[in-house]
Design a protein around this ligand. Sequence first.
Ligand code: HEM
Length: 539
Amino acid sequence: MTTPFRDDAPLAPPPGCPAHGADAPGGGPRGIDIPSPAGPASTGPASTGPASTGAGSTEPGAAGAGSDRPGLDELPVAELRRLYGPEAEADPAGLYEKLRAEYGEVAPVLLHGDLPAWLVLGHSANLTVMRTPSRFSRDSRRWRAFQEGLVGADSPLMPVIAWQPLCVFADGAEHRRLRGAVTDGLNGTDRRGVRRFVTRYTAELVEEFGPSGQAELVSRFAEHLPMLVMTQLVGMPEEYGPRLVDAARDLMKGTETAIASNDHVVAALRRLVERKRTDPGADLCTRLMQHEAGMTDEEVLEHLRVVLLAANETTVNLIADTMKMILTDDRFRAHLSGGHMTVPDALDQVLWDAPPMSLVAGRWATGDTLLGGQRIRAGDMLLLGLAAGNVDPIVRPDLAKPLHGNRSHLSFGSGPHECPGQDIGRAIAETGIDCLLTLLPDLRLAVPEEELTWTSAWLSRHLVALPVEFTPRERQAAEDSAPPAAAPAAAPGASGAPIPAPLPAATPFAGPTPVGPSPALVAGPRRGWWARLTGWFRR
Ligand code: HEM
């Protein structure tokens, strides 16, 4: 299936997308209950406050309300808030609310180097930007700041926004070609196979720390599971898994061995592509190579890397935050033990309240237009405020109201770049958490909730550690260590879906392996692109 989007197509979601319903073409995704556009704009925020033409309004070239607003470059820099630095990182959600109160749906902010950009805070305005690529392009070369030479090669923004020939930076026909291959490749994944891998790797991870009766779930579980599963889905040999997990963690943490870790990953992907040429299989690598898009080997390698990184960091965050919520939130504890609240419900709540990516950077205006009452000029940069949009008072007047089954959050994006791996990410998180709760039924937090901390960067937030304790679990024979084929109905957190039978015994999980330097297999630019992708999350 190729991506159904045309640049100027009506605002239709991809067919079959779980985040959308047929009743919401161009409007809210499935289940959304959005009051009529009025917006905080109409309630009169201060400062350069919005003269909104309605939630998410875009009126190219219109001389209507908002056209007298100052452009981004006309705003006094000294009065704008920074999206980076200690204040922003200490309380990003608080910053978003201040900006919403001051400006409404779309606020001017300063990025690293005090470069101005628009932060989109409104739910509807975010959807408008994501679903209108003819006005809001993914091609960062359009950024006026680039064209005016204001962004140095060493800017911390570069890893995130420097253009590369990849689907994430492409629009139109080129995006359709590359994204079509990625989407078809991911859609070809056997969903039952995903759950089997998750079940097996969860059992292996629990096997490692189970006998001690205590564990730190971010570093011992959440940071391992997605990459272990993804290496199998892309077609990597079994033994690559643990070392790639370590390499990915090393890269994300920006340690001094990051370059060597990157080389290791690139070398592994290069070997994989070479091998699949003569030994194709039922895996993503083979599907990309054989796709009618006619990807070159280099494009296959680079897109495998995009997929691995996009999948890893987001799913790690989703698992960690959902486990934290399950262990600390009375609503979940009570409901889980009563059997009413399911793990999918917990995931939905986290996807609303703690999106794995808080911001997406970005989109670039193709022409002059209006958005949320602000005057956007051609070449302006816009940041998609997923976390801010998810708590927009227009769509969530009562944040305490449960959102079970409502998937109209922004956490997977929307429009032509909407996350193509969301089903896989959800399946990894849901099945992994289900299995963990089944294997360790009396799992509990080992520290007071107030001691849990997060690190924030401008694009995402990370739970630092989640210490837990439980009744020590005896080591099992490998074939006995996975949960039974059908989980007991009363198992805490059981989603209702039977947990698949374990795979045959695998290479035992080897634990952390030091990532040493690998031969210089890659030229500089590739190294840069890996850093750019990691920068999505850690900058
Ligand atoms: C479960 C947690 C995940 C979250 C919250 C998430 C979120 C997102 C978001 C918000 C975007 C859109 C960026 C934009 O609009 O520019 C995106 C794009 C993408 N995601 Fe995910 N993602 C997740 C998991 C995954 C997984 C498991 C995969 C792969 C198996 C994946 C592959 C991708 C790719 C390839 C793109 C780029 C698509 C494009 O630009 O056309 N993601 N993701």
